[in-house]
Write a protein that binds this ligand. Structure first.
Ligand SMILES: Cc1cc2nc3c(=O)[nH]c(=O)nc-3n(C[C@H](O)[C@H](O)[C@H](O)COP(=O)(O)OP(=O)(O)OC[C@H]3O[C@@H](n4cnc5c(N)ncnc54)[C@H](O)[C@@H]3O)c2cc1C
Length: 392
């Protein structure tokens, strides 16, 4: 996106890319379908340890409707809204269509693709920048945009070069951590529920920080995943890395709160398990009843009040045990990164070094599941591309 917007008549734009074909995170995104954008954007859901004001200014530089228009018109890639999740996917339903369309547009605007090129050096010469590659090629340039991504899923090409080099160049790097990553439990006490999925509301609390997410929850062989878990995972990860007391994860397993369950679990000849099975997967019901000490044959009329209250607590504020996370290997994004205060919000030019522009995940901001992280990548890429071109 940065190269597409930097390109134009009279300018030579090189796209230096470590992998052969580039855009590999796009390829694996959205389960191979690429959730290009969210249907609506709630900017308060982005996370940064930098200035929230700077982050907002950057986000507002390219309104969501215009981004959608860019994909549908400039890239000729119609998008469709998935009603159940509020996510936008390409009608083609294949990530490859998104990656290929971007590369194609860059090429058609004159961008020179330099693949299989791992950049290992970035130096400021006399008025120019010089990039060097692992095989000792040199690329002297007037302006440079660093968009090397974060540290997550290293197999896609992100190796942390940008973060390391920018740190050496004097930029503040806010502590990085895996975000949107599955949570683990060792020993895996719920492995027998692996594959069970349902919509929940999960709340993570750690050291004064509280994050709530509603959406899919999935039991895995090693712990828990699904959008709702991923969306609060950074609270658990950050607390653990900071050596704080483990974050508390609490789950409300259905849309019913405690009052709603109290109204459903009134004395009657119905078996407790029958009522629960109307609203929850069978295997989970069995575990919840066992945890509450309620036998399968108990009918509501026989359920003692303390057991009913305990069961309601487990249904609405279940304390989810956890011991770790899947880290960068599975994290969809990296939290932390270059401090936003150190870039000009209108251009993403470094405040420390002229004609050095920064874009994407290496900046200190990320969003929840749902297309938010591509919004950040597209918005910052466009801004840096336009500004780098204007700086020449
Ligand atoms: C499994 C998975 C699914 C995801 N699904 C979605 C989704 O559906 N929707 C969404 O919004 N977000 C999704 N994300 C997040 C999204 O992919 C990232 O936020 C986004 O790709 C970040 O863009 P970026 O350009 O900053 O970094 P990247 O996409 O990581 O791109 C960085 C590029 O720089 C190259 N590079 C790195 N170092 C060097 C070097 N030294 N020399 C040369 N080249 C280098 C890399 O090869 C790579 O091509 C997903 C992420 C993952 C891991």
């Amino acid at each position: 996106m940065a190269a597409v917007h930097a390109a134009g008549p009279g300018r030579r734009v090189l796209l230096l890319e470590r992998t052969h074909d580039g855009g590999r995170k796009i390829l694996i995104s959205g389960g191979g379908r690429c959730n290009v954008l969210p249907g609506t954007l709630d900017e308060t859901r982005f996370v940064t340890a930098s200035s929230a004001n700077t982050m907002r200014k950057i986000l507002r530089s390219w309104p969501l409707a215009e981004q959608r228009q860019f994909f549908e018109q400039d890239l000729a890639l119609p998008l469709m809204l998935e009603e159940a999740t509020g996510k936008l996917f390409p009608v083609a339903n294949r990530s490859r269509a998104v990656r290929d369309a971007l590369v194609q547009l860059a090429r058609s605007r004159g961008v020179e693709w330099v693949g299989d090129t791992r950049i290992t050096g970035l130096q400021r010469g006399t008025g120019r920048w010089e990039l060097t590659s692992s095989d000792d090629r040199r690329f002297p340039v007037d302006a440079v945009i660093i968009a090397t991504g974060g540290l997550s899923v290293p197999a896609t090409g992100s190796d942390g070069f940008g973060l390391d080099r920018l740190g050496q160049l004097g930029h503040t790097i806010r502590p990085t951590y895996p975000a949107l990553t599955p949570i683990t439990l060792e020993p895996p006490a719920y492995a027998d529920l692996a594959g069970v999925s349902l919509d929940v509301t999960i709340t993570a609390t750690s050291a004064g920080e509280r994050r709530e997410a509603t959406g899919g929850f999935l039991f895995t062989h090693r712990g828990y995943s699904g959008p709702a878990v991923l969306d609060v995972s950074h609270v658990a990860v950050r607390g653990r890395l900071a050596g704080a007391a483990p974050a508390q994860l609490r789950v409300q397993w259905t849309r019913f709160d405690a009052d709603a369950w109290a109204a459903l679990l009134v004395p009657s000849p119905q078996a407790v398990t029958t009522v629960l099975r109307h609203h929850l997967p069978v295997r989970l019901v069995d575990r919840l009843l066992a945890a509450a000490g309620v036998s399968e044959s108990t009918v509501l009329a026989q359920l003692p009040r303390p057991s009913r209250l305990h069961l309601i607590e487990l249904l609405t504020r279940f304390p989810l045990p956890w011991t770790g996370d899947e880290g960068y290997q599975k994290a969809e994004v990296t939290g932390g990164g270059v401090a936003l205060e150190e870039v000009h919000p209108r251009t993403l030019e470094s405040k420390l070094h002229p004609r050095l522009f920064l874009a994407g995940e290496l900046l200190d901001a990320f969003g929840p599941i749902g297309g938010y992280n591509f919004v950040w990548a597209w918005t910052t890429g466009r801004l840096a591309g336009l500004a780098a071109a204007a700086s020449l």
